[in-house]
Write a protein that binds this ligand. Sequence first.
Ligand SMILES: Cc1ncc(COP(=O)(O)O)c(C=O)c1O
Length: 376
Amino acid sequence: MRKRGLDPDQVRKHLHEARERDLSYENGDIMSSMCTTPHPLAEEAHRLFLETYLGDPGLFPGTSQLEDKAVEKLANLLNLEGGDGYITTGGTESNIQALHIARNLSNSDEPSAVVPESAHFSFDKAADMLQIDLKKAELDDDYRADPSAIENLVDGDTAAIVGVAGTTETGQIDPIRELGEIAEENDAYLHVDAAFGGFVLPFLTGAPRFDFSIDAVDSVTLDPHKMGLSTIPSGGLIVRDPDALNAIRTDTPYLTSEDQYTLTGTRTGAGAASTYAALETLGRNGYRENAEICMERTKQLARRVENSRNLELTVEPVTNLVSIGLDDPGKAAEKLDEKGGKVSVSRLPEALRVVLMPHVHQETVERFVEELEEVA
Ligand SMILES: Cc1ncc(COP(=O)(O)O)c(C=O)c1O
């Protein structure tokens, strides 16, 4: 560390130089991310609550109340009256905490969790931290969880079954109702990871049910910092039964609270405030419009891919993600990268993965298809 601090303008210059090296959502450079430019009011709320933290809620009762309201609204979006939860740092923390609850509620000495092979790698982290066995079930031909493959892995030690609503790699939706039947028959906890789909599916006509309207669902992850247009870090973990949180509660001596069930201690209030702001200002109509626009561009890209000789859709998109099959997707991604557009390569299936977030405009899709055809 320097002995004497630098002139603020010089530090500022360093900050701007670093920022200029970043890719930008608005230039259409980023097509691989599930994050996007936040809503301006969410950004304003984030700034206003920058120094607040919820690890010691008695110091920030106003912020704490906003978090409660945000949680209530998220639960309501997921068709749950009552319930509880909190604003996390994102899908990873929510998934870790869901398995944490399930493990602590389990009677098994060697608890395990059964997830579809498409589950996000946050479940690997969770299993490692929680010392539970993670069993991965094969998918069906459309890259969704296959209920019979899940059932085959379930046994007396199964603490949790996980379904995904909007998978990371193909955007697919698992058959949550069927997974619920398996969970109920085997007395297992059912967690739904809707980190991506949670702000899309409720607004699409005819989308399959994935939320608390299915009785067996115990908890849901949904991320305001993805399609919820809130700022990073804003995740959501919602549980049906508020008592479930007691399974992960810790006493907090010396704080204004008696206990907490969050993973982190000092945690920002900015995520809660910006989530509240986005939910209130957009309302259901605003989110519906956002989801519909993203789906329109998704279909635009999907049709272009279908009509192209060297490209194929690995699966018909059901959320705003297009998975494109072609020869050597890794090489194609590298070449596209050189042209300035960042896409990623999925593992299952091995394909190009394009996420049509709100910042990916119609012209960006057109430009991307032309570049992709050249590369392919
Ligand atoms: C389905 C799903 N779950 C969880 C996560 C993890 O979310 P985060 O990166 O916010 O922790 C992701 C990230 O893309 C995801 O796609």
